[in-house]
Design a protein around this ligand. Structure first.
Ligand code: FAD
Ligand code: MLT
Ligand code: ZN
Length: 566
């Protein structure tokens, strides 16, 4: 009877799907193939309006140089919204200790790596110098593509001896300006180190090179009946080494925890070229300090991660996705508590977006339609459950939905009945970064805030900015992670002055973090004190000095410049 009422109230409610039918080689943008056991060919929309619909193949079958060229072409198609970092870079002083590349250096790298892995051509450099948002732009003259740990080691040993700055680069999808040079640092991209080394089907432990694209690992594991413990919208381009180096969170952290929990070991090359083998595959190992954690989330500032060992969970057979509307933020918050109580162990994602975010998705994402089309609702919540008992999972979700509807926590909702519906709902959520890029300029803030306060900052920001900019909110509500985005037609220092330092001060005052999952990069290197004590930052600087005394690794990032060049 309760179920009837749910159906009657929300007429669009669809029959709960059990396991959506896997369609072999099904391909779509921003797919979540692992959820449904689909093999994807790795197509990803190249971000931003500037691509003009160009699709870049970013899968592992394409060579890096092809990829970089495709990206360069896409980027070159329009530079209208590009905010080159020049003006701000001038405020950062180039470390005077750094040498500049000369012809002897080029000769050395060509001998070491072979000519085709030493890139100096304009197209390749244009793509590698520019970040995904086209907001940060360096002027490196050299892109290196090592194929082995030994080559990475020789590169760093040489750069250290010559005092050449180095930027480790993965898929270049980072959102804080960490993956591109600030000045003329040498770019070392790990994309050619993309082999799976081993997979243990009993323990689920995967060992791979750092340059493996996340989505290719997803596809590899899918065939074995396992999944990656992390999932994010950039999966078609980001690399596992980049994920580990940023301690990426994403859409599954709620269920499987952070990479600090799932990475069992790694291999890293230090600034002086020493190879640190910590590639353990043990669940438990309490022998001394667990040094791998220093490299997880250190954003390429302490070493280059070359191999990773990671614990992967088994793929479960029953996946359900619900897309729900709430009238206010308090209801979203209560719904989350309810979901934890009623869905318990099957809850695998709890994402939210507000009306502005939905509007942006509908207006800027190709092929997206509103699953609850009568009107725009104030808030939307995407809930995913993943379990092994189809019948019981279904009943649990239904009971939860009915209860929430009766309790007034949700005002409308749909449950995907097949993979296409589930995918189109996920497309809305995962497409938001791209929709923002298409809408123009965006100031992005990635905040950890106690769940009950998450929407307070959004409202305060709206009051502050009035009509001068659009405030768009979404994020991983289940993890207390708000993505606060301020969208304007173009970058405008007057708008920026209203946002900062307010956003950082507010977050600090409310005991949040100014970087929940994206890292500090260049964008927030000087802001670290909003979230960390002076003593902690000083200790970080000591660690940096110990591991990279010449500060060649990812200079100007993560730590304040005053500490980087004492
Ligand atoms: P890059 O962008 O190339 O580099 C990121 C940082 O890591 C840089 O500081 C770089 O120097 C360093 N680095 C890269 N590889 C190595 C290496 N092998 N060794 C040492 N340092 C290295 N992030 C999230 O946390 N959650 C999300 O849900 C999420 N969604 C996203 C969705 C979209 C559409 C986009 C564009 C980005 C998203 N991101 C998200 C941000 C980004 O994808 C992640 O930070 C990702 O982990 C970066 O991986 P990458 O390989 O692209 O690294
Ligand atoms: C996301 O959750 O979509 C990503 O972290 C990217 C973003 O914040 O826009
Ligand atoms: Zn995120």
């Amino acid at each position: 009877m309760k179920m009837d009422r749910w159906r009657a109230s929300a007429r669009r409610i669809l029959k709960l799907s059990s396991r959506p039918n896997p369609a072999p080689r099904f391909t779509r943008d921003h797919s979540n193939p692992v959820r449904y056991g689909i093999v994807s060919s790795g197509l990803l929309h190249c971000s931003g309006g500037s691509c003009g619909g160009i699709r870049c193949y970013l899968g592992h079958k394409q060579s890096l140089s092809d990829h970089l060229q495709a990206r360069a072409f896409a980027l070159g198609a329009s530079l209208i919204q590009i905010r080159c970092f020049g003006s701000i870079a001038t405020k950062i002083q180039r470390n005077p200790k750094f040498a500049t590349i000369n012809s002897d250096d080029i000769r050395y790298f060509r001998d070491l790596l072979g000519e085709k892995n030493v890139k100096q051509d304009e197209d390749a450099l244009l793509a590698a110098n520019m970040d995904w948002m086209r907001k940060y732009k360096g002027s490196s003259k050299l892109l290196l593509l090592p194929r082995s740990t030994e080559e990475v080691s020789q590169i760093l040993k040489y750069c250290n001896s010559r005092c050449l700055g180095v930027v480790p680069q993965g898929g270049n999808t980072g959102l804080v300006g960490g993956s591109v040079p600030v000045f003329d640092e040498v770019i070392v991209n790990l994309g050619s180190m993309n082999k799976v080394i081993s997979f243990d089907e009993v323990s689920g432990i995967l060992v791979s090179e750092a340059g493996c694209i996340l989505e290719s690992l997803v596809n590899f594991l899918d065939n074995k009946g396992f999944i990656m413990p992390l999932d994010l919208g950039a999966k078609g381009s980001c690399q596992i080494g980049g994920n580990v180096s940023t301690n990426a969170g994403g859409l599954r952290l709620l269920r499987y925890g952070s990479l600090h929990a799932n990475v069992l070991g790694l291999e890293a090359v230090l600034a002086n070229g020493d190879v640190l083998d910590m590639l353990g595959t043990l669940r438990k190992d309490n022998t001394g300090y667990d040094l791998k954690h220093l490299f997880i989330g250190s954003e390429g500032s302490l070493g280059i991660v070359t191999k990773v060992s990671i614990l992967t969970p088994p793929k479960l057979s029953s996946v359900n996705v619900a897309f729900l509307a709430c009238t206010d933020y308090l209801s979203c918050q209560k719904l989350f508590l309810e979901a934890r109580r009623k869905l318990g162990e099957v809850l695998s994602a709890f994402e939210f977006l507000d009306e502005q975010a939905m509007d942006l998705a509908l207006n800027h994402l190709e092929g997206v339609r509103n699953p609850l089309p009568t009107a725009l609702h104030k808030f939307y919540v995407l809930i995913e459950t993943t379990g092994s008992d189809e019948q019981s999972d279904k009943e649990k979700l239904e009971a939860f939905l009915v209860h929430s509807l009766e309790g007034g926590l949700i005002s409308d909702g749909v449950v995907a009945q097949d993979i296409q519906q589930a995918s189109s709902v996920w497309n809305i959520r995962e497409g938001l970064p791209e929709a923002l890029m298409k809408a123009g300029a965006v100031y992005k803030y990635d905040l950890s805030i106690p769940v009950e306060k998450i929407y307070d900052i959004v409202e305060e920001m709206r009051n502050k900015l009035g009509h001068s900019a659009r405030v768009v909110a979404y994020g991983h509500l289940g993890d207390g992670n708000l993505h606060l985005n301020i969208s304007c037609p173009q970058y405008d220092d007057a708008v920026l002055a209203q946002i900062e330092p307010f956003v950082y001060e507010w977050t600090s005052k409310n005991r949040g973090s100014i970087s929940a999952e994206h890292g500090l990069g260049l964008m927030k290197a000087e802001k670290i004190f909003y979230s960390k004590s002076p003593a902690a930052v000083q200790l970080m600087a000591s660690v940096k000095n110990l591991l990279d005394p010449n500060h060649i690794l990812n200079p100007y990032k993560v730590l304040p410049q005053s500490l980087s060049f004492p």
